[in-house]
Write a protein that binds this ligand. Structure first.
Ligand code: HEM
Length: 424
């Protein structure tokens, strides 16, 4: 059956192949038109969930945390029998992204200062320096895997510096984050037996193992910081109090876990997906080459177009209706950002990649009180990367097809072969 004839009842948004094969936008177009509040039925071990694909509905849910809670996890996945050994269950209520008011606001306030537009702007010269250092690494080769050799390295370096992770450990952080957020992709299931790779059990084990390594790593950091205080975000957290109480080690470890994952896996895919879009739309790339001053506007379009976080979920705290469909208390509601950001009711000509698009009220960074803490960093990294990349390699082009991540949560690109005229 072809996409055009797909009926909503045949669509399962728990199927990572939709995203891995780059078919998501066709599926979302059908759902927005025919079933904007859509049910993916349960499987043997996993609960069913509602999917929202219209912009206005996603804004409504995000703005009403008193009804739509983040506490029971923010992905579509909810096992019928939760296992407390699984990170997917253990994280309930533990990180700011899985907290509701009022605790959410109090915890977020502890780190906010480092992420304001002003604080982030001060990083620009340094981010430009890191970017050029990364580009030096490919400059003479004339070809590269743009993801592993360029796009992944900038967000990795920035979040590691914010958190005081020394350079010799960056590669480790890269592996661990891949193993957690990319744990459903066989390429990153390196710690599980061969026969389990590519299975749900393989994903479960890999995600748990990646998480354990990350926690172990940061537990050692906490001990080091206590012995010798440093100037980084981990130190800020160690010295912070909420309601007169110091954070527990567990609180701090979850914070570190969230920041490393969120800082790494998202911006990487905006940069890689952004380059792919620009190379597939040479007239748009040319506009940036002719006028690099449009990069702040182009950055918004890159983020709208790529929407690297595919979804966030909430759980209904009471029976509630959306577009006449009743959502029962306890049911999971999944908000699909790539769909909201192509909603015909909001964006004129939404399938047109337009680096001069204005206004551009995309919600790729979410909306409401969980609005992305790192949005200012992400924007700066994307802008500086394309400014420097196109200044040094204006003729960069695709040298092969992209390899996409097998995930329903992160819209990832694992590999993107490119070539360009090497620097002398
Ligand atoms: C293009 C890049 C990025 C995208 C598309 C993105 C997307 C998002 C989205 C959609 C949310 C909302 C969650 C919700 O409503 O449940 C969010 C929250 C968050 N993001 Fe980002 N993000 C990006 C980059 C970053 C970076 C670079 C960092 C860290 C430096 C970061 C840290 C966070 C944190 C900590 C939260 C939780 C905020 C809260 O719960 O109050 N993100 N992000």
């Amino acid at each position: 059956m072809t996409q055009a004839t797909l009926h909503p009842s045949e669509i399962r948004l728990d199927d990572p192949a939709i995203f891995e094969e780059g078919r998501a936008h066709e599926v979302f177009r059908i759902l927005r038109r025919e079933a904007p509040v859509h049910w993916t039925p349960e499987t043997e071990n996993v609960k069913g969930f509602w999917s929202l694909t219209k912009y206005e509905d996603i804004v409504h849910v995000s703005r009403n945390p008193q009804i739509f809670s983040s506490e029971r996890g923010i992905t579509s996945f909810e096992p019928k029998e939760p296992d407390l050994n699984d990170v997917g269950t253990r994280l309930y209520g533990k990180m700011i992204i899985t907290m509701d008011p009022p605790r959410h606001v109090r915890m977020r306030r502890l780190v906010n200062k480092g992420f304001t537009p002003r604080a982030v702007a001060a990083w620009e010269p340094h981010i430009r320096e890191i970017t050029n250092h990364i580009l030096d690494g490919i400059a003479k080769k004339g070809e590269a895997d743009f993801v592993t050799e360029v796009a992944a390295l900038l967000p990795l370096a920035v979040i590691c510096e914010i958190m005081g992770v020394p350079r010799e450990d960056w590669e480790k952080m890269f592996q661990y984050t891949n193993q957690v957020l990319g744990g459903g992709d066989p390429e990153f299931q390196t710690d599980v037996p061969e026969e389990l790779r590519g299975t749900p059990e393989g994903a479960r084990q890999q995600i748990n193992l990646g998480t354990a390594k990350m926690f172990q790593y940061f537990a050692t950091k906490l001990a080091e910081h206590r012995a010798q205080p440093k100037e980084d975000l981990v130190q800020v957290l160690l010295e912070s109090e909420v309601d007169g109480q110091k954070l527990t080690d567990e609180d701090i470890l979850w914070f570190c876990f969230l920041l490393i994952l969120a800082g790494n896996e998202t911006t990487r895919n905006a940069i890689a997906g952004g380059l792919l879009a620009l190379l597939e739309h040479p007239e748009e790339k040319q506009k940036i080459l002719d006028n690099p001053g449009i990069m702040p506007i182009a950055t918004e379009e890159i983020v709208r177009w790529t929407s690297p976080v595919l979804h966030m979920a909430r759980v209904a705290k009471e029976d509630v209706e959306i577009r006449g469909v009743t959502i029962r208390k306890g049911e999971r509601v999944v908000m699909w950002y790539p769909s909201a950001n192509r909603d015909e009711d909001i964006f004129p000509d939404p399938y047109r990649f337009d680096v001069t698009r204005q206004p551009n009220d995309h919600i790729a960074f979410g909306i409401g009180e969980h609005y992305c803490l790192g949005a200012n960093f992400a924007r700066l990294e994307i802008r500086v990367m394309f400014e420097e990349l196109f200044r040094r390699f204006p003729d960069i082009e695709l040298a092969g097809p992209p390899a996409r991540l097998r995930s329903t949560f992160i819209g990832g690109i694992k590999h993107l072969p490119v070539r360009f005229t090497p620097e002398a």
